[in-house]
Design a binder for this molecule. Structure first.
Ligand code: IPD
Length: 310
């Protein structure tokens, strides 16, 4: 019920209030002598995890286990630690304790905890909190998306999203008028990086004849990489970025972002332009996120889809 979802939102905000000061402490002490001890290598030298990621996830997970006893949990560090966490229809909290770990390590302020709740595999509550910039993004299915400060009531003291466009956002006229976000990701194998570089090139190239046939049409206004999937998605939700495309994200990177972007009038689809269920979307690791629908039927821009297909 709406009332239940509202109580889950309040719980999600409490989790963010708990985690925020811990993330901030880690961020502010990153140049301390023990900094080197914070870095633990995950898959490769560009795939970072710190003790702070683990500490925050442990804390949030314990709180969920304590207060939401019949709910499931999927967390980035829990999965990295080897636990099996398949997505089911049960209410499931999907958490990235620090999205933008590389930013966190370097002091680049696009860092957030991302807390999403799925029911029947559909994201229904989203809380994303950047404690560095004190930005709290929240949404409940059907109730709109908001930006506030952590100690404010999002609906009465916050601002409804998107900030700069009417709600819902007007159609994106063309990719060539868009500000686009994309990421190179942490998997730097040549076969992974090369197509991404090619896509970035297709999105920026001025001369259409230099593009592969049937691919992106014309150059976008610009390309940005904020280094955090959650922050890229919140830039879309605010109306600052028009399209965000990424291959390689995990469900904890995008679960909260999906419901917030949707409630801000945006669209989240599979990055290959396929029709998929939310469950497949969450676990498929390819995303195309657009600030507004193109067609009246909710379809996305063909150009954006073409660009995303490289
Ligand atoms: C990563 C960031 C990055 C994106 C990756 C994510 P993490 O999350 O969001 O921007 O490119 O796909 O996995 O590792 O910082 O939590």
């Amino acid at each position: 019920t709406t009332q239940e979802l509202e109580s889950y939102l309040q719980f999600g905000i409490r989790l963010a209030q708990l985690a925020g000061p811990v993330i901030l402490e880690g961020f502010n002490t990153r140049f301390s002598p023990e900094r080197s001890a914070l870095l633990v290598k995950k898959g490769n030298t560009a795939d970072l995890v710190t003790e702070w990621d683990q500490k925050v996830e442990k804390m949030v997970r314990a709180e969920i286990a304590d207060k939401m006893k019949d709910h499931s949990f999927i967390g980035e560090e829990t999965v990295a630690g080897g636990e099996e966490c398949g997505l089911t229809d049960a209410p499931t909290w999907i958490v990235d304790p620090i999205d933008g770990t590389t930013n966190f390590v370097h002091g680049f302020p696009f860092v957030a905890i991302s807390i999403g709740l799925t029911i029947n595999q559909e994201p229904v509550v989203g809380v994303i909190y950047n404690p560095i910039l004190n930005q709290l993004f929240t949404a409940v299915k059907g109730q709109g998306a908001y930006l506030s400060k952590i100690d404010e009531n999002p609906r009465t003291q916050g601002r409804r999203l998107p900030l700069s466009h009417p709600h819902p956002a007007p159609p994106l006229p063309s990719l060539s008028m868009a500000l686009v976000a994309g990421e190179y990701g942490s998997d730097r194998k040549t076969e992974v990086i090369d197509p991404k570089v090619k896509s970035m090139r297709n999105l920026s190239a001025r001369d259409p004849s230099s593009l592969a046939p049937g691919r992106a049409v014309g150059h976008a206004h610009g390309i940005r990489c904020l280094g955090s999937a959650a922050m890229n998605m919140m830039a879309v939700a605010q109306g600052q970025i028009d399209v965000y495309w990424e291959v390689g994200c995990w469900e904890w990177d995008v679960c909260a972002g999906i419901i917030i972007v949707r409630e801000a009038g945006g669209v989240v689809v599979d990055g290959c332009g396929r029709q998929v269920t939310d469950g497949q979307l969450l676990t498929g690791r390819r995303f195309l996120i657009i600030r507004g629908c193109c067609g009246e039927d909710g379809s996305t821009t063909p150009e954006a889809t073409a660009a995303a297909q490289k």
